[in-house]
Structures are given as structure tokens and as C-alpha cells.
Write a protein that binds this ligand. Structure first.
Ligand code: SAM
Length: 289
């Protein structure tokens, strides 16, 4: 396998100039130009030759080269058609890489994993396009794509939200959704100058280790997430009001108040004070099934 050639500003600029590539803001294109950060991502993802890796948004193929050296197989899904001839050039000689031109949110990933890896769990590694970070992470979890871990570069504030617990200003529906499916761990903070072009704010590498079974037992996952969304939709309202006002839920005032009381909480409690375990208990009490 060839040693990676990309990962520094000079070689990135040379590739961009050769193909007269222009950055597309709408695709969230901020390419990595720092080999230390690339090494750190690969180490944090704990990839071996046994692994199949899905890379979302390979750009000009910088991280793809590193992934190809570490993994058994890499599937790289890139939306921007202008990048495909570039990827064919920069990944020439890396014969364990398959490039797919498509939108990650429209591809049937469970089917792809079945075809490419016999349904065995994969690892996802990416420097994610920031405009769709949350939809990508949630579709990986909720689509029940077989996966062991997700190691991704995201905006620092999004990484903080994924890892936050009750009592923190960053705690919300994203924290609870992520922590229901996975154990989060921030592996590194990454400054703006590690990217071309420079993003406006700092980034972080977060690793989400998928649980085999969720840490809480719920009778109805959809209800759990409906309750979580309702609790944080109106952050300054009490939990009881949030649940009563939600168009997604149809519980009576009495049912809601009784469930909150069973939880051992006062009538004025807010959603942001509840742990994942407490949300699970609440949803089980409210579940009619
Ligand atoms: N991995 C490269 C790197 O680190 O240098 C590029 C990362 S850049 C932050 C995000 C990449 O995702 C871009 O190449 C962009 O074109 C691609 N992208 C954006 N939206 C996408 C989508 N819906 N599906 C697949 N790729 C997408």
C-alpha cells in the first residue's frame, strides 16, 4: 500500500490547482491539511485490517489515503461530482477503496453494509460536512446500520452537546439521543488552521462507541424520543407544560402529572434536569402498550 501523499497545505493546493477545483460552500467543504490531526483520527478510530470503514465526504481523498492504509476496506461516499475524477487520481493505487458518488442521506446504508461486509458491523470515520452533522449521526443510529463506532470531526459546540449531561447548558435532545445509542468520548480539539478553507469556529473529534443494547430499557423508543423532543422544545417551560403542549403526544394533564409524581419530581421540574434513565422511566409509565 502506498504511503499517504496528502495532508499538508502544499500538496492539497497542488491537487486543487491541477483540477481547478472551486470549494462549494453548500457542501460544507473544509479539507484537512494537518497530518497530526489525521493520525489522531485514525488512532482514535482504532481501525485494523479486519475493519470495513465508511467514510462520509472524502473530499480530495486526504483521510481516505490514511484509512486505506489502516483498514481492510474503505467505502467513501462523496456528493460533489467534481471531486470524483480527483478521488480517482489521488486514490489510484489504493485498491481497497470504493468511491461512491451520492448523497449519504439517500443511500440505503444497511443494504450497503450487507452487500459489502456481509452485514458485519462497520466503523464510520469522517470529517463531516457541518451543515448536516446531526441528520447524518441520527440516520446512522435510527436506520439501524450495523456499526461498532463513529469517529467524526464535528463543530466543537456539537461535540460538547453530544457529551453533555443534566445541569449543563449544552444538554438537550441531541445529548440524549446520542447517549441512548452510544458512549461518547471527545478525542481531540482541533483549531481552525488545520482546515482549508478555515471554518469560522473550532472543531473536535468525537468517538461514539455503539452500545450493543441501549443502557436503558424502554417499551417504546418512538415515545421516548417524542417525550425528549417535547421536553426540550420549550426549554423555559416546565416538563409538564412541554408534554401537554406537544402536538406529537396526546396525554391528559392528569396522566402527565401522575407520571412526573411517580418519578419523585416536583410539578415545576424542567426536562433539562432529567437523566436518560429518568426519561426512560417516564416514557415507560406513560406507555399505553
Ligand atoms: N474528508 C475530507 C477532508 O477531511 O479533507 C473532506 C471533508 S469536508 C468537511 C466534507 C465533505 O463532505 C466534502 O467533500 C463534501 O463535498 C462532502 N459532502 C457534503 N454533503 C454530503 C452528502 N450529503 N453526502 C456525501 N458527501 C457530502
Amino acid at each position: 500500500m502506498k504511503e499517504p501523499t496528502l495532508g499538508n497545505p502544499q500538496n492539497t493546493i497542488a491537487v486543487l490547482q491541477k483540477y481547478q477545483f472551486t470549494f462549494q460552500k453548500k457542501f460544507g467543504q473544509n479539507f484537512l491539511i494537518d497530518t497530526h490531526v489525521l493520525d489522531k483520527i485514525i488512532r482514535s478510530a482504532e481501525i485494523s485490517k479486519e475493519d470495513m470503514v465508511l467514510e462520509i465526504g472524502p473530499g480530495i481523498g486526504t483521510m481516505t489515503q490514511y484509512l486505506a492504509c489502516a483498514a481492510g476496506k474503505v467505502i467513501a461516499v462523496e456528493i460533489d461530482r467534481a471531486l470524483i475524477p480527483i478521488l480517482e487520481d489521488t486514490l489510484d493505487g489504493y485498491d481497497n477503496v470504493r468511491i461512491i458518488n451520492g448523497d449519504i442521506l439517500k443511500i440505503d446504508l444497511a443494504k450497503l453494509v450487507e452487500e459489502e461486509n456481509g452485514g458485519r458491523p462497520i466503523k464510520v470515520v469522517a470529517n463531516l460536512p457541518y451543515y448536516i452533522t446531526t441528520p447524518i449521526i441520527m440516520s446512522l443510529f435510527e436506520g439501524h446500520v450495523p456499526l461498532r463506532s463513529i469517529t467524526v470531526m464535528v463543530q466543537k459546540e456539537v461535540a460538547d452537546r453530544m457529551q453533555a449531561g443534566p445541569g449543563s447548558k449544552d444538554y438537550g435532545a441531541l445529548s440524549l439521543a446520542v447517549q441512548y445509542y452510544a458512549k461518547p468520548y471527545i478525542a481531540a480539539n482541533v483549531p481552525q488552521n488545520c482546515f482549508m478553507p478555515r471554518p469560522r469556529i473550532g472543531s473536535a473529534v468525537i468517538r461514539l462507541e455503539r452500545y450493543e443494547t441501549p443502557p436503558v430499557a424502554v417499551k417504546d423508543e418512538r415515545l421516548l424520543f417524542g417525550i425528549i423532543r417535547a421536553s426540550f422544545n420549550q426549554r423555559r417551560k416546565t416538563l409538564a407544560n412541554g408534554l401537554k403542549n406537544s402536538p406529537e403526544l396526546d396525554f391528559t394533564k392528569e396522566e402527565i402529572e401522575a407520571a412526573i409524581e411517580k418519578l419523585g419530581k416536583g410539578a415545576s421540574v424542567r426536562g433539562e434536569a432529567l437523566t436518560l434513565e429518568e426519561f426512560a422511566e417516564l416514557s415507560n409509565w406513560l406507555c399505553r402498550g
